[in-house]
Design a binder for this molecule. Structure first.
Ligand code: F6R
Length: 600
């Protein structure tokens, strides 16, 4: 979702800003803009559409040492050039970019800005007009910015330029992520370290309700009340090559192929010198002390949570509930006496999950975040973090983060179970090795899966995924993958559930993808396939070696029963990828979607 960059220094400001925005493209956006300030004032360039469209309109002849940039994912007001950021105050003295949602912007407009003619439909413009209003009342820019921030309700990450003071970027944040990057003779601002890795890997985290004055050789962090804050920078452990596509046509395909490597890396990261899987004692204590675990997540991470519940209940014998984060806050179940909350989030920034974290922390409960992004909001604000070590996931559709989440959840479940005296019947290190090898085999079978996508999904309007037990949860993830990137309406169902209503939608040629990886339900899921075939469905059965039958469309290698989701999802990811490709969809940046969903 929206991204911010800022730069102050002697290099090519416009190019650094645009390159930074390109690195943020993966987050999802529908317009983009930059503003640079020099002794002649502020120059704003903004455009609906892609960064490539913005590039075309940026005037190369405007030199500047200071600038800010933005990718906008529309919330208030349609995607358009007018609504694109940066926004300016009426006199154009002030120019501002903003991520987040100002919940009380209508009220602020009514109370303070009756006489001001607003140019856009955005909540953001209210912020920049308020700063100008308070300057007119006699405050300096910093004071006016502070006063404005104190009036805002909601989430924001903001970078502000003043045309009369071209050596400063004013920065603030609340709930939305924002970092300041440090360099020799320059400083930068970014929603995500990736955007500025081109110039630095030293970053300072900003906390909520902090204001930062960024100058070329100095960064000053303060609370909204002016109290100085000292904070050491951290080194972003990202490799610039991690965020390049290399020879791949799409990030999604690259990330699918990276899965065996990720699983091996996870095993290595969570293995002790003696070869045992190990997790921070405090985390295992927290798991062991809990009488019930509440997993909170959204989208693909929620689907990982559903499988994680099986791992924890089977290996550690602690009851688990899995909840969609956007529902939990409003519809909280009756909690047990000693709950532990586990937040699963690739980005660590999902606003819906963060809202629950804030809520349960206020209630005095402990939380563990499982995330791919060290230092992310959900990681910082939880009591404990487990990292996925999957490397940056750039494609909007999550693939390697999902299998990494499953691997980490399996390790957490196993280590907790052992502490509680439950010895697993298998060696997880060995089984995850088998999983990684099986993933490699599957990644080599792209041609076959492309054929399935072409045969089943080129012309269809809809598609159903069915499975029983753990296969049902993988089917949900398969359906999400397919719908988000190919725009085919796809739904996942428990095999036995179709006949309770949905079977009415089956007509001649409706594709039904069935998963059959579990011996205990192999015959019953095949019975469900017969039911839909009798009504005209076009079945595609994906089974596991040892359980295959004549007519199955694809057979995955055999792995431990409990771990099948780690590999049965791969054909579904690849089928979705090829279906999207054959339908000419923008695989890495599907319409209407954002990678990091930072609004509730
Ligand atoms: C789907 C997808 C989303 C995310 C969801 C949660 O492919 O990526 O459904 O899983 O938006 O995001 P995180 O995991 O970052 O909290």
């Amino acid at each position: 979702m929206c991204g911010i960059v800022g730069y102050i220094g002697n290099q090519d400001t416009k190019e650094i800003l645009i390159k930074g925005l390109e690195k943020l493209e993966y987050r999802g956006y529908d317009s983009a803009g930059i503003a640079v300030v020099n002794e002649n004032g502020v120059h704003v360039f903004k455009e609906k559409g892609r960064i490539a469209d913005l590039r075309k309109i940026v005037n190369e002849d405007v030199p500047a040492q200071t600038g800010i940039g933005h990718t906008r994912w529309a919330t208030h007001g349609v995607p358009s050039t007018v609504n694109a950021h940066p926004h300016q105050s009426s006199t154009t003295r002030l120019t501002l970019v903003h991520n987040g949602v100002i919940e009380n912007y209508e009220l602020l407009k009514r109370e303070y800005l009756q006489g001001v003619e607003l140019q856009s439909d955005t909540d953001t413009e209210v912020i920049v007009q308020l700063v100008e209003l308070f300057i007119k009342d006699g405050l300096n820019v910093e004071e006016a910015f502070r006063k404005t921030l104190k009036l805002l309700k909601g989430s924001y990450a903001i970078a502000l330029l003043d045309a009369e003071n071209s050596d400063t970027i004013y920065v603030a944040k609340n709930k939305s992520p924002l970092l300041v990057g440090l360099g020799e003779g320059f400083n930068v601002v970014a929603s995500d370290a990736m955007a500025m890795l081109q110039v630095t890997n030293q970053f300072v985290e900003l906390m909520d309700k902090e204001i930062v004055i960024v100058k070329q050789n100095e960064v000053t962090i303060q609370t909204l009340d002016g109290e100085a804050i000292n904070r050491e920078p951290f080194t972003a452990e990202l490799d610039a090559s991690d965020i390049e596509k290399g020879t791949y046509p799409h990030y999604m395909l690259k990330e699918i192929d990276e899965q065996p490597l990720v699983i091996r890396k996870i095993v290595q990261k969570y293995q002790s010198e003696q070869g045992h899987l190990t997790i921070d004692e405090d985390i295992i204590d927290a798991m062991n002390d809990a009488d019930r675990i509440y997993i909170i997540a959204a989208g693909t991470s929620y689907h990982a949570g559903l499988v994680g519940k099986q791992f924890i209940e089977k290996l550690a014998k602690i009851p688990v509930e899995v909840h969609i984060s956007s529902e939990f806050g409003y519809n909280m179940p009756l909690l047990s006496e000693k709950p532990l909350f586990i937040f699963i989030s690739q980005s660590g920034e999902t606003a819906d999950s963060r809202a629950v974290l804030v809520q349960i922390k206020k209630m005095g409960y402990k939380a563990l975040t499982i995330t791919n992004v060290p230092g992310s909001t959900l990681s910082r604000e939880a009591d404990h973090t487990l990292l996925l070590h999957a490397g940056p996931e750039i494609a909007v559709a999550s693939t390697k983060a999902y299998t990494a989440q499953l691997a980490v959840l399996a390790i957490l479940a196993e280590v907790t179970g052992k502490r509680r005296g439950y010895e697993p019947s298998f060696d997880l290190v060995k089984e995850l090795g088998i999983v990684a090898n099986a993933m490699e085999v599957l990644c080599d079978e792209k041609e076959e899966l492309e054929g399935i996508a072409r045969d089943f999904l080129t012309v269809t309007r809809n598609c159903f995924f069915i499975g029983r037990g753990i296969d049902f949860y993988v089917g949900l993830e398969g359906a999400l993958k397919l719908k988000e990137i190919s725009y085919i309406q796809a739904e996942g169902f428990a095999g036995g559930e179709l006949k309770h209503g949905t079977i009415a939608l089956i007509e001649e040629g409706t594709p039904v993808i069935a998963l059959a990886t579990q011996e205990s339900v192999n015959l019953s899921i095949r019975g469900n396939v017969k039911e839909v075939v009798a009504r005209g469905a076009y079945p595609c059965i994906i089974s596991m070696k040892g359980l295959e039958m004549d007519g199955d469309s694809f057979v995955i290698p055999e792995v431990n029963d409990l771990l099948t989701p780690l590999i049965s999802v791969i054909p579904l990811q690849l089928i979705s990828y090829y279906a999207a490709l054959h339908r000419d969809c923008d695989v890495d940046k599907p319409r209407n979607l954002a990678k990091s969903v930072t609004v509730e």
